[in-house]
Design a binder for this molecule. Sequence first.
Ligand code: SAM
Ligand code: SF4
Length: 323
Amino acid sequence: MLIDGHGRRVDYLRISVTERCNFRCRYCMPTTPFEWVSHSEILTYEEMFEFVKVCIDEGVKKIRITGGEPLVRKGTPEFIKMISSYAPDIDLAMTTNGYFLDKFAKELKDSGLKRVNISLDTLNPKKAEYISQKDIFDKVMAGINKALEVGLKVKLNSVILKGINDNEIIDLLEFARKKGAMIRYIEFMENTHAYGELKGLKKDEILGIISKKYSIKELGKALNSPASIFEIDGGYKFGIIDPHKHDFCESCNRLRMSASGVLIPCLYYDEGQSIKGALRDGDIKKATEILRDVLKNKPEKNRWEHNMADSNISARAFYQTGG
Ligand code: SAM
Ligand code: SF4
């Protein structure tokens, strides 16, 4: 069993399989060059799988594949298949921008993927192009429809930005409700890779806008998640992810692995230890020792407020950690 230095059980592994992405979302990696991490620096899927097996043997129950964009990396469905064949009951999920789902949703479902979180910030094709710096809308819509059609459980993620998509909060909610998918609004987190004129809406501002049309009941925190869940008339539930709070930390059950094999105990800390060397040497015992050491030193709570006071922005980008 994986227990951290504060007695919390860690049973959720998030794997960023690539830092690469075919979008350039303004809030994530607006100016990152397209080819910046070479293939030799990242772990192969076979190397990742050796570590995944250790985690599953130690009680990990949920694995999320993320990125960058996980579907730009070749072999992602096969990686899903490796995991689901080893542990058919594992809760296997993916976070994706949706662009390639039209092509891959069926294969992913057949490979054992159960759930997919798809980023959808706007229902306006021109705005989608403005935010992602690419003509994406029709492909993302086709991806959402295909994921639903093949029977994947779908959630939608929207980062709400002032003056850009804050007038679509209700449209996005009603779109998600019509599709039978939960929407989660994510507060924009400033970081050194994406800052400047962008301003995000905070949880209360988002709720204020929704409450103009619907009465809202707060249901509390989702289990082991930074999302607060709300319900509107008729029973539809939506979430708001407020990464600036640390009331989620005391039940944090997460460990992250980057594409290059760095184990990251907390999204908000730059510390991490690499298991790449150990995995490349086939030394799984050493990789497991590093895992235990990382968990021993998992911070008690995030230091977002501390970061803000110190430097005003976080040095971590979501595309490096998978969010
Ligand atoms: N490419 C996939 C996608 O977009 O869904 C997966 C990786 S992406 C880094 C994971 C999530 O992080 C997305 O839902 C995205 O909207 C969110 N994200 C990226 N940068 C963010 C930021 N600065 N603040 C808040 N959320 C952010
Ligand atoms: Fe790519 Fe996802 Fe970042 Fe957008 S949020 S640039 S889709 S990794």
